[in-house]
Design a binder for this molecule. Structure first.
Ligand SMILES: [Ca+2]
Length: 409
């Protein structure tokens, strides 16, 4: 049997409700919906954190973020420290087994050279190192508005700065991902690809050709829908290329988001402080930055035609911390020797009943634990910079997935 390929496709600040197959009434994602039809769509998929860097560390290492050495959002200036290089990522694990490894998209796990993707096992990489860039100039403005530092150009390929001004970043990320998987195929090597779209993270930029598709929507939903349409086209192109190369059956694809939708007031990068409401949690409580489910329960799709059922909807409690051990299992490689908080969830996603376990999150002063039907949140905030709503909040997630009724009071 040919070795499995692995593809992680990550979006940024995409809410639980922001796919058409997750019930959105305005967003249209036919290619991602088709991906879900080709595998398992998870209704209780959790990210490792409610913000970018810790969530990405968890996805790439199979650990809860603190155990990967990343507990908070990392800075984006060129000397910013990042995830400790000694923490093994899936790129390093599979690279050591002869896999081609590549990243196309957002890194946000350290901008200094010692923390670059190449230091974490990615043999090829294209994209940017900070938390967000202008989608057309690829300049990181956020820190300029935040602490007065200069804007920083932030687009790279294999360690060399790339000047591709005017090209829409979402399309560039899709193009490079396809190029890298073509190169791996031409070299006769299995691959691990990490396609990390920064859409729909602010700044809210989308070319007119995508906005036109949603001209009937109010502007905030229009932009969200347009940015996700560009991602959806990219996912469709990647899947089509895998089909064309005869690789689709053998490729495990994990599609998810790094955290819930942003309601931050700095989305415009121009000094405007206007909370953005364009993303949807699908009715879950809280947003990005919150350890209520709106911040951490996100879209989750796992497609592996060779090893998983098709068109299955699963309510197994699983998440991004499971992606690495699951990928190793799909590749037929042992997990022994690695420290994981997640586990291989191929059995869970095939419909088998799995042993219960505790899931854990921490962010600033917030802590959360999910055990079976119960979820405990300590000092939970709904959005960034608001005081906690309650010091202790216990929810029955089976009866009350929106965390409305506090069973601890
Ligand atoms: Ca994010």
């Amino acid at each position: 049997m040919r070795p499995a390929n692995v593809l992680f496709i990550l979006t940024d600040d995409q809410g639980y409700g922001d796919l058409s197959c997750m019930g959105s009434d305005v967003i249209r994602t036919p290619h991602i919906d088709a991906l879900a039809q080709s595998g398992v769509r998870c209704t209780q998929w959790y990210s490792g954190s409610a913000v970018c860097s810790p969530s990405r560390a968890s996805l790439l290492t199979g650990r809860f973020p603190g155990n990967a050495g990343v507990r908070s959002i990392l800075s984006g200036h060129r000397t910013a420290s990042g995830m400790p290089p000694e923490v093994p990522t899936l790129a390093r694990m599979l690279g050591e087994q002869g896999y081609a490894t590549f990243l196309s998209g957002k890194w946000h796990l350290g901008a200094r050279r010692a923390c670059w993707p190449s230091a974490h096992g990615f043999q090829r990489w294209f994209g940017f190192l900070a938390g967000c860039v202008d989608y057309f100039s690829h300049i990181y403005y956020w820190e300029m508005n935040h602490n007065g530092s200069n804007p920083i150009h932030d687009l790279w390929e294999d360690g060399r700065e790339q000047w591709l001004e005017g090209r829409y970043l979402t399309e560039l990320i899709s193009e490079r991902a396809i190029g890298y998987l073509q190169d791996a195929h031409a070299a006769g090597r299995p691959f691990f690809g990490y396609v990390a779209y920064n859409a729909p993270h602010y700044p809210m930029h989308a070319p007119e050709r995508y906005r036109q598709r949603f001209a009937h929507l109010p502007w905030d939903r229009q932009l969200m829908a347009a940015m996700l349409a560009a991602v959806d086209d990219g996912v469709g192109a990647i899947c089509s290329e895998l089909e064309r190369l005869g690789l689709r059956e053998d490729t495990l694809i994990v599609f998810t988001s790094d955290n819930g939708p942003s309601r931050e007031s700095r989305n415009w990068l121009d000094g405007t402080l206007d909370p953005y409401y364009g993303g949807s949690t699908g009715g879950l409580r809280g947003h990005k930055f919150s350890l209520f489910d709106g911040g951490i329960r996100v879209p989750g799709i796992v497609s592996y035609p060779r090893g998983l059922p098709r068109a299955l909807v699963s309510d197994a409690v699983v998440g991004s911390f499971d992606a690495v051990p699951t990928a190793l299992a799909a590749c037929g490689l042992p997990s022994a020797g690695y420290e994981f908080d997640g586990r291989d969830v191929l059995p869970d996603l095939s419909g088998a009943s799995a042993p219960a376990r505790d899931l854990f999150w921490e962010l600033g002063g917030q802590t959360a634990i999910r055990r079976d039907r119960w979820k405990l949140v300590l000092n939970g905030q709904r959005v960034e910079n608001e005081p906690p709503t309650e010091s202790v909040f216990l929810a029955d997630m089976w009866d009350d997935p929106s965390e409305r009724l506090n069973r601890a009071s």
